[in-house]
Every structure is written in structure tokens, then in C-alpha cells.
Design a protein around this ligand. Structure first.
Ligand code: PRP
Ligand code: URA
Length: 209
């Protein structure tokens, strides 16, 4: 793996990811875990955010402090990325959210774009793609392609579980895009599902399938 691929080793992430994977975890608990793990991964993925100095008045005295110096854009990939978005917005409420609708064709496993809510001009400094699953990598590559065509100069990918194939495909197509994950699993099965994975992330969040 390249140095742009970051897999969390945080005990809280590993504990919660194990609960998330279990087939016994119901949609309500599953959504809570997606939210909690997303916040922890976002925290790690934004350790390099630039800061600007700022002075605040405490009740006692002026105090030198900081504010985030960049406009963050969250790009959830519908549907499954939706569950990551609200949780991250709670940490960074000033982020803009631009939805991209992509689904995998079940036969070809190729991504199909069905919704794009990006504005005409990029209005963010850092775009963070949110999608729990990086399987073949087709959807992630398509999302980065769309963001780059739009004019995004800085992009990160934040996911929960990846297959090695997906990491390789995304890294090869877009080596400038750091990838942040909770786990890289062993392989894809013949239907393009990550093994052991967690099943279908959209279905498990929304009780479908
Ligand atoms: C899942 C997942 C990714 C994609 C990953 O979405 O959320 O977007 O598959 O697969 P890939 O790396 O092989 O492209 P899905 O197509 O199941 O759509 P959904 O979220 O609407 O269920
Ligand atoms: N999408 C999912 O939701 N799960 C997988 O394992 C692969 C793609």
C-alpha cells in the first residue's frame, strides 16, 4: 500500500467496526455505528487541516487561538454515504454538502451516475468523498473524476471498509487522493462484495434488500 492509504488502528474504531460487521446488528444500531466510526475517521483524516490564528476574549483575558482556515466540502455518495454525513456535520457544521448519486450496475459492476448536485463553480478548498464501501473502486474513481472535472484541487476519500482491489484501482487512477479507512479486507467475491466485509452498506443502514 502507498503512503496515501491510511488504515485506522484506533481501538475505538476497531471495536465499533467489529460490531458493525456482525450480521446480528440491526439497522438502528448499524446507523449509530456508521456515525460513530465516521466521526473517528474524519478526526484522523483532518489532522493536517490548515489553521488561521484567532484571538478570543475569555471571561478573564484575551487568548490566542485558531480557526479552521479552509472551506470543507462533504461529498456523500448516495445512498450509503448518507449515513456518514450527518455525523461529520456535527463535528464541522460549516461544511458544505454536495450529493452525488452513483449506483453499481449489478451485472457489470460499473458505476452509473444518476444525481449530481454540484454547483457550477467549486466553492470548497477540500472535498472529502464519503462512501462506506470501496469494493472494485469504480464508484470512487468516478466520483473523483467528477470532482476533478468540476475543478476540485484537493480531494480525500473517507470510507469504512475496502477491498485491496478497490484501494489499488483508486490509488492508480488518482495517486494524489489520500484514502482513509477503518479496514482493508481480504478480497472481493464473484458478485463484487467485500469479504468478509459487512454485506450491503446501503441495505443494512436503511433496512432494504
Ligand atoms: C455501494 C457502495 C459504493 C459502491 C462500491 O453502493 O456504497 O458506492 O457500492 O462499489 P465499487 O467500489 O465496486 O464501485 P451501491 O451501488 O450498492 O449503491 P447504494 O449505496 O445505493 O446501495
Ligand atoms: N457495496 C456494498 O455495500 N458492499 C460491498 O461489499 C460492496 C459494495
Amino acid at each position: 500500500m502507498t503512503d496515501t492509504v491510511n488504515v485506522s488502528r484506533h481501538p475505538l474504531v476497531l471495536h465499533k467496526l467489529t460490531l458493525l460487521r456482525s450480521r446480528l446488528t440491526e439497522p438502528k444500531k448499524f446507523r449509530e455505528l456508521v456515525s460513530e466510526i465516521s466521526q473517528l475517521l474524519f478526526y484522523e483524516a483532518t489532522a493536517d487541516l490548515p489553521l488561521a490564528p484567532l484571538t478570543v476574549a475569555t471571561p478573564l483575558a484575551p487568548c490566542d487561538g485558531y480557526e479552521i482556515a479552509q472551506q470543507i466540502g462533504l461529498i456523500p455518495i448516495l445512498r450509503a454515504g448518507l449515513g456518514m454525513t450527518q455525523a461529520i456535520l456535527e463535528i464541522i457544521p460549516t461544511a458544505h454538502v454536495w450529493h452525488l448519486g452513483l449506483y453499481r450496475d449489478h451485472e457489470t459492476l460499473l458505476p452509473v451516475t444518476y444525481y449530481n448536485k454540484l454547483p457550477a463553480e467549486p466553492d470548497i478548498d477540500l472535498a472529502i468523498i464519503l462512501d462506506p464501501m470501496l469494493a472494485t473502486g469504480g464508484s470512487a474513481v468516478a466520483a473523483v473524476d467528477i470532482l476533478k472535472q468540476w475543478g476540485s484541487k484537493r480531494i480525500k476519500f473517507l470510507g469504512l471498509i475496502a477491498a485491496p482491489e478497490g484501494v489499488r484501482t483508486l490509488s492508480a487512477a488518482h495517486p494524489d487522493v489520500p484514502i482513509h479507512l477503518a479496514a482493508i479486507d481480504s478480497q472481493l467475491n464473484e458478485r463484487g462484495y467485500i469479504v468478509p466485509g459487512l454485506g450491503d452498506a446501503g441495505d443494512r443502514q436503511f433496512g432494504t434488500g
